[in-house]
Design a protein around this ligand. Structure first.
Ligand SMILES: [Zn+2]
Length: 354
């Protein structure tokens, strides 16, 4: 019994510490930022225990701008699922350990650091009709890449596909990582000029082009809000601007689908990415009027078909109890997560329950 108790109490203490630390972080944020950010941090904390699919689009405010920092160390926490990263400006963040990420292959499958586009062999028609992509959660956050006047939107332009959004800037303006992730490309890449490509934990890739300076190297882990370079006009460019792309398995879609560049907010914490969104003609603004109607339909479809739901393990959770809670079976849980019914659950571990 004592052994069992120890097993529960130590991780629980870590979670309590994590929540307390988050709250403290929120306090210090309030000093430096608006109350909006404080609100996000609080929501963040509340969502620690269960991560469910949220069909309603709730805007997510950017996290604190980290600026030009680098990771000086990564520390274990006593909880396998969580690590602490230390930056050279004396700040730190929790990150989810690699082995606890949703898709453990995200940083090995098609991980090619030599080419600009790593998924050239993936046919768009081989992708599911709809994919639910979690953009932020209790550990992973968001920051806009840059905020400026949009000079060119996603879509066909002079007979060529324009696969991103252009924002006017001054050479030397800082550019930030949009989500946490790992740098796949940092090089001079033809028309893109100085290019950084970051692959994120959810499988999305973001492209930052025409930079005057790159501050990150291939293989670097970066977090949202970290400066990855400076804006410029390198490559095929007629003036200083950021060309920003978002891609899923090589397929670009309108970045305005996830980011509202007028406010800098993320439009929602989860994206239902449909195959039709990968068309160069599928501009977010074009189908905005239909979006509300489509949203309702998608919500219904999502509930029926995709309905992917995750649960983050808390003290005392067992597979049997989770199966009852989510109206499923232990064998289905094991199948969904590729685990055995005898597998030990760890605090903070994220299990797919639907
Ligand atoms: Zn562009």
């Amino acid at each position: 019994m004592a052994e069992r108790l120890k097993y529960y109490i130590i991780p629980l203490a870590i979670v309590v510490f994590a929540v307390a630390a988050k709250a403290q972080e929120a306090d210090s944020l309030a000093v430096r930022q608006t109350t909006d950010s404080l609100h996000v941090a609080a929501t963040d904390t509340m969502r620690v225990d269960s991560v469910a699919v949220q069909p309603k689009a709730v805007p997510v405010h950017p996290v604190r701008t980290l600026g030009k920092v680098s990771v000086i160390d990564t520390l274990p926490t006593g909880n396998d699922a969580l690590r602490i990263i230390l930056f050279n400006d004396n700040t730190w963040r929790y990150i989810l350990s690699e082995e606890y990420k949703n898709d453990p292959e995200v940083f090995s499958d098609h991980w090619n650091t030599d080419v600009t586009h790593a998924y050239m062999d993936v046919d768009v028609n081989s992708l599911p009709e709809a994919t639910a992509i979690r953009l932020v959660d209790s550990l992973e956050s968001y920051h806009y890449p840059f905020l400026g006047r949009i000079s060119s939107r996603y879509g066909p332009r002079r007979g060529r596909p324009h696969q991103g959004v252009d924002m006017v800037l001054k050479t030397g303006d800082p550019i930030y990582a949009t989500f946490d992730g790992k740098v796949r490309v940092s090089k001079v890449a033809g028309n893109y000029g100085n290019l950084v490509v970051i692959r994120h934990n959810n499988g999305l890739e973001t492209y930052y082009a025409h930079l005057s300076q790159r501050d990150v190297a291939v293989g670097d882990w970066v977090v949202a809000g970290q400066q990855i370079g400076l804006g410029g006009s390198t490559g095929r460019s007629t003036g200083p601007h950021l060309h920003f792309e978002v891609r899923y398995r090589g397929q670009s879609f309108d970045p305005e689908r996830i980011i509202d560049f007028s406010t800098g907010n993320l439009r929602r914490d989860e994206l239902l990415l449909r195959r039709r969104h990968f068309s160069i003609y599928a501009k977010f603004e074009q189908d905005f009027d239909d979006e509300v109607e489509a949203e309702k339909q998608e919500e219904a479809e999502r509930k029926a078909a995709a309905a992917i739901q995750y649960h983050t393990i808390r003290s005392g959770d067992t597979l049997g109890a989770l199966a009852r809670k989510y109206g499923t079976t232990v064998s289905r849980l094991c199948q969904l997560n590729n685990i055995k019914s005898t597998s030990i659950l760890r605090i903070g571990q994220r299990l797919r329950v639907r």
